[in-house]
Design a protein around this ligand. Structure first.
Ligand code: PRP
Length: 215
């Protein structure tokens, strides 16, 4: 029997995912060892394999079929634009993708001016400004601490994740527009979806039941 392979985005997302999986009887004891340097974990009995990857790499592993299933944030799915199926909202890791900046920048958004937008998510920013707002903007790709950009004058606004809003508040910035809601999602390789349909469908049904009980 073939193994079903899962790619999990490293960090909090992976921990919450494993807790959710335990509720439907999927376990991986090997993975709980915090000191291990192992990269791939196997549950022989259930014929499951798990590995941890950097979030943005998860859709890549799934598109190429190196993983049948991936667990990753919707922000990463939208940014990577890979050929994968998004099959389930796991209901955790909830936050929002927003256009943020100083209050004064609101005017720039309203008047459709040519502005500079800093972001870690250029594809999402481009889609929002070009396809939804029809506003021509200059997009500057950064790799983190995006809130710095409007403070030091690199950009007028940012497109970034807002969870509690405290990073914005502590830096004198605010949400100017909401782009889309985000949360952790399950993605599936299109070929795996056909070849392992029974196993994957059962997994989705079981997870859906546990998730709906929580809500
Ligand atoms: C994310 C995001 C914001 C912050 C939002 O950054 O880019 O900066 O969290 O959270 P809050 O609304 O609860 O303050 P992350 O910590 O992932 O680091 P990064 O800035 O290096 O991307």
């Amino acid at each position: 029997m073939r193994y079903l392979t899962f790619a999990l985005g490293k960090g909090r997302l992976a921990n919450t995912t494993l807790k959710l999986f335990e509720q439907i009887g999927i376990t991986c004891e090997e993975m709980k060892d915090k000191d291990t340097r192992k990269l791939i974990f196997v549950n022989e009995e259930q014929k499951l394999r798990f590995f941890l990857a950097k979030g943005p790499d998860v859709p890549t592993y799934v598109e190429y079929g190196a993983a049948d299933i991936g667990i990753v944030g919707r922000d990463t799915i939208l940014q990577e634009g890979r050929n994968i199926y998004e099959v389930l909202d796991l209901g955790f890791g909830k936050c929002r993708m927003c256009v943020c900046g100083p209050q004064e920048a609101k005017e720039l958004l309203r008047h459709h001016e040519q502005i500079r937008v800093a972001t870690k998510y250029p594809r999402i920013a481009r889609d929002y400004f070009y396809n939804k707002k029809h506003q021509t903007v200059e997009i500057i790709k950064l790799n983190g601490s995006i809130e710095l950009a409007p403070i030091v004058g690199l950009a007028d606004v940012i497109v970034d994740i807002v969870e509690t809003g405290s990073t914005l508040r502590e830096n004198g910035l605010e949400v100017l527009e909401e782009v889309c809601p985000l949360s952790a999602r399950m993605v599936v390789n299109p070929v795996s979806m056909k070849m392992q349909q029974e196993k994957i469908s059962r997994l989705i049904t079981d997870l859906r039941t546990v998730i709906s009980e929580k809500q």
